[in-house]
Each structure stands twice: as structure tokens, then as C-alpha cells.
Design a protein around this ligand. Sequence first.
Ligand SMILES: [Zn+2]
Length: 410
Amino acid sequence: MTLLIHATLIDGTGRDPVPDSWLRIEDGHITSIGTGAAHRGDADVIDCAGRTVLPGLIDAHAHLGATDYLDRLTSGSRPEYAATVFAESSSTLRHGYTTIRDAGYTDAGFARAIANGMVAGPRLLVSNGPLSQTGGHSDLRRGHDRQPAVMFDGLVWTGVVADGVEQVRWAAREVLRAGAHQVKVMASGGCASHGDEVTDTQFTREELTAIVQEAGARGRHVLAHAYNPEAIANAVHAGVRSIEHGNLLDEESAALMAAQGTFLVPTIATFQLLSVDGREMGMSREQVDQIDTVLASAYTSLRIALDAGVRIGSGSDVLGRHQPRKALELELQARVTGTLEAIRSATSVNAEIVGRGHDLGAVRPGFVADLLIVDGDPAEDITVLQDPNAIHAVLQAGRITVERRPERTS
Ligand SMILES: [Zn+2]
């Protein structure tokens, strides 16, 4: 049994912080919460005076396996690639992330290695290869390449290319067979791909519907990369759980999402970071220009979605050297939603997105004790979440797996 005392508590539901809180943890779960004096009994006591306790952060759109710019992922040494992904996974945990919904490229083997305790890391929910139409956002082939439809070299998936209802059914079944927790589809063009524009739609509504059916048949959901209103409408009508990016969303598509209960996962951080050094990371000038265009509209589209009543999740979408910058997303999103809402998006809303709204992402009795203890108060200054030195401890299912400065009182 563990008892946290004298903590400022941010419970992840958007409620104001509660000073001088205590919480009791037994068998990996939070069993009770209160304020003021707590009965200690024989508990292991952690004094959190001057610190804030909040749910472990959830990134609903990360690419743990994207250790470099996508074009370079498959060209380097494979052992070094695997080592980098594992290093990234323990670093992500030290940065306060206890759950990652991976939006593609990362193989299920990495998730199993973490889940089996072989490597430190967050709960990793992978998509394996994103599904893409020929010439779509995850068809990374250049003009004369002749690669197979499943682009998987044994370590990294770059995409699964399929066209037509029959083929997309096969593609969804294929990534699920290989252990995907959810299915990622590319429903519009993107910034980093070579042959398409963010204004393009990709896959037909029939194809998207078939993919959602195949995922649903196994109790899984679909996340759809989509920028423009037509692509968003196609994906929402098909029944996807979340629209990723959504930078060109308008009032009409926002209203549709709100009516259908489709989540929006904005990913502002990656655009902000790539806008600064995308060229150094190997992007072309045209690609960075496209990044700048969608960065400018990211805040407007978030405001439109919020006003329409769309439920807002949180994703960083960071690649390569930006992997340690996931929590920048909270600061950027807070510019529109406010701090406590940005934290709610990255905890309890993201938990709902991954289908764990009943036991993850909030500090509540009965919930899994995935918790952060951070110096200071993120409600006052959300940037403390970007400083790993401010993260005093990370608990995964009640177990301290990251501890910066041991200060137990008993
Ligand atoms: Zn992404």
C-alpha cells in the first residue's frame, strides 16, 4: 500500500487543482482520495509537499518508431534502429508519458517488449503500418520504386498500400493480424509525402467504411489522418473514432464531428517544431512551406472545433529529434483551450479515445494508478511538464518506475 500526502491534485477531469490532497494506492489502483490529514497505517508514505500529482500523460498521436525523418527510417543499421526505439520508449516514460497511442510505423513487437517488462516504457498501443491508397500519404515509394504493398522490413512499417474495398479489408486484417491495437488510415494528403496535397481526399467513403468494419469486428477503432473538410466528412461518416490533425476543418465538418461524437486529435507541436528545423531534418522547401500553412490554421481549426462542442484529444505527432518534445503540445493547445483543458485532453479525454475512459487518465478511486508527481504546479505554468528534471516520479500501476530524487518519509 502506498500513500501520497500533501499533494496539489490535478485529477485530469478539468476540475481546479485541490491543495493538500492525499491518495491511497493498493494493488495498482487508486483506492481512496481525500484532503488534510490521512490515516497512514502501514503504508509507504510519499510526501508530495510543493508538488502536484496528476494522471500519467497520454499522447494519442505519437510515432515512437519514427526515430528519424521518415525517408531515412529504413536505410540505417537495424540493431541501432531497434536500440534507438527502446531508448526513446524509456525517455518518453521519464518525460511523464504512461500511455502512447502510436499512429503508425511502430511494430507491435516493441509494444510486447515493453508490456513484458523487458524494456522501460509507456503502455504502447500500436497501429503497425498506416493504411494508404496508392499514391497516398503513407505510400512512400517514389516514381520508379517497385516495392511490395506491405512496407515492413521486420522492424519498421512505413505503410500498407491497398485500393478498393476488397484490398482494404485485407490490409486492415493484415495489420490486426500482426498485433495492431487500432488501425490508422490516411484519409487525406499530408505535408511530408511526395505526391499529394493536404487538400486531396484519399480512400473512398466505402473503403473507409470497410476498414472501420474490420477493426470493429475485433473490437478495435480507427484513427484517420485528415486535413480538409471533405476528407473529414468521409472519415466521420465511415465511423472512425478520431480525426487526426484536422487543420483545415470548417464549421460544417466540426458540427458533423460533434453530432457523431468523433474526437479531434490536434497535433500542433510537430508543425511548430518542423516549421523551425524541418529543412535540417531532410524535408524539402515545398514540404516546409506546406507545414507553415497548416501551422497557421491549426489554432483556428481548434477554436472552431471547440466552439462546435467537438471532444478534443491531444497528440504531439513528433518525429526524430523532436521525440523528447511531446509535452510541448499541451502548452500550444492551452493557448486556445486553457491549461486545465489541455491537461484534460492529454489525460481523461485521450483515455476515452483509447477505450480506457473507465479506468485510465483520471485520478479517481478504482482507476489504475498511472501517476506523475511533478515539482510546482502545471496549472500555473504548464511548461513544467516539458522539463524532465521537474518530473519527480512516475508511477505505473502504483509502482514507482521513474524517481528523480528519493525523499520518502518512511
Ligand atoms: Zn502522425
